[in-house]
Design a protein around this ligand. Structure first.
Ligand SMILES: Cc1cc2nc3c(=O)[nH]c(=O)nc-3n(C[C@H](O)[C@H](O)[C@H](O)COP(=O)(O)OP(=O)(O)OC[C@H]3O[C@@H](n4cnc5c(N)ncnc54)[C@H](O)[C@@H]3O)c2cc1C
Length: 374
């Protein structure tokens, strides 16, 4: 793989260090985390001690984040990469962009130190691709503060999170309750009375702690409103570009892992007196994926550079997320196919990659929605 145009020797050293840390902190435990549904709480501290939960969300510092996101993908565990991605980037980016100094001190800094785990609670049963159907509500409460009621689904880090960056409806009148008005972002502490959470076992991403989170008369102080009251969907649109950039970079790394696995397998496995690699059909399928991966990797690194300069546009973020996650599905399918029955074993790596890939084209914007946006 060619280096990114912006990658210096310092970046290369960082990539090597990240790879080593993930090899030591994540890989020996990741299968167990898949079983238990979430990383060990101690892993967050270890990642933080290595500085991996506090890399920049913008400016030149984001280039290191782009490397970290790719390398998280390259672990091959989409559940782990989603949990870390949501904590260190997708949820905390809202704090970074819109948080007050007091909110940053109470939530963002402890998150960077691995002391408080972050989750992003946006999706609901009726509000996934279509956020205008948002049902969770916050009302002003007699005696001060807000009262929150509603139910969020598919929340990564859900049962383990210390706080939720939560999207709620804050204006009820039907004339204004649609589109980009009438919603706000709130910081809700997970240990608040009335917060109930239950793990949701998914097809893939099993270590991402995907959960249902119910808010039942939860009292939230006024100073936990994140960003502008009633104007959150404007923030979410901005947040989604960043989320799609991060999701795209994670998927780029995921495809790299899948192709490494496939490459090793087709060189090792012999059929008709030669390695699978000797068969043209296999070689060409591998070459096709490798070529597409090269393109999407360079596009992802270009998108990261644009973001670091404050020039990332929605279209680039959308194209990256669409193409990288769809390539992950194709790669996982080919990888499984060339593993034969061995790839169909539930515990095989090829099977896990196949299961994990399908959620990538749904989370953070389904492919069909992204095509509409493009
Ligand atoms: C593994 C995983 C992790 C997730 N993590 C989080 C999280 O941490 N926090 C959170 O808030 N949410 C999370 N989500 C939810 C995710 O953001 C939603 O699944 C996504 O927004 C799609 O919403 P939906 O599932 O309700 O699908 P729906 O909106 O019901 O759409 C169903 C299908 O309809 C099709 N479709 C949608 N729009 C269009 C269109 N415009 N044209 C044609 N077809 C269309 C697509 O095929 C789509 O998959 C996660 C989801 C998954 C699968």
């Amino acid at each position: 793989m060619n280096r990114a145009s912006w990658e210096t020797s310092r970046h290369e050293e960082f990539r090597t260090r990240v790879r080593d840390v993930l090899r030591n902190v994540v890989l020996p435990h990741a299968d167990r985390w898949e079983e238990q549904g979430h990383p060990d709480p101690s892993a967050w501290k270890l990642l933080a001690e290595e500085g991996l939960l506090a890399r920049g969300h913008r400016g030149e510092a984001f280039l290191e984040s782009a490397i970290l996101l790719e390398e998280l993908g390259r672990t091959g565990y989409a559940g782990v990469r989603a949990g870390v991605g949501v904590h260190a980037y997708m949820a905390t980016s809202y704090l970074d962009m819109f948080g007050t100094p007091a909110q940053k001190e109470a939530y963002l800094e402890p998150a960077r130190r691995g002391e408080r785990l972050a989750a992003l609670a946006i999706t609901e049963a009726e509000a996934g691709s279509d956020l205008s159907r948002l049902g969770t509500r916050a009302r002003r409460r007699d005696g001060g503060g807000l009262l929150v009621d509603g139910e969020k689904l598919y929340v990564a880090n859900g049962t383990q999170a210390s706080f939720f960056v939560t999207l709620v409806r804050t204006r009820d009148d039907t004339a204004t309750a649609h589109g980009l008005t009438g919603a706000s972002l709130l910081l809700i502490d997970a240990d608040s009375p009335g917060v109930h959470r239950t793990g949701q076992r998914m097809l893939g991403w099993r270590s991402a702690d995907i959960s249902k989170v119910v808010f039942e008369d939860v009292v939230v102080p006024e100073d936990r409103v994140l960003g502008r009251w009633d104007r959150a969907l404007m923030h979410v649109v901005q947040g989604l570009d960043f989320e799609r950039l991060a999701a795209g970079l994670l998927a780029v790394g995921g495809v790299a892992h899948c192709l490494e696995l496939l490459n090793a397998h087709i060189r090792r496995r012999r059929v008709k007196n030669m390695p699978l690699y000797g068969h043209q059909a296999v070689r060409h399928a591998f070459a096709e994926l490798t070529a597409d991966h090269e393109l999407v990797t360079q596009y992802g690194r270009h998108a990261a550079l644009l973001h670091s300069r404050g020039e990332l546009d929605s279209r680039t973020a959308t194209v990256l997320k669409l193409k990288a996650t769809e390539l992950a599905v194709q790669a996982a399918h080919v990888c499984l196919q060339f593993h034969g029955a061995q790839g169909c074993l539930d515990e095989s790596t090829a099977a896990r990659l196949y299961r994990d890939a399908s959620a990538g084209t749904i989370a953070a914007g389904a492919s069909e929605l992204l095509r509409d946006l493009v």
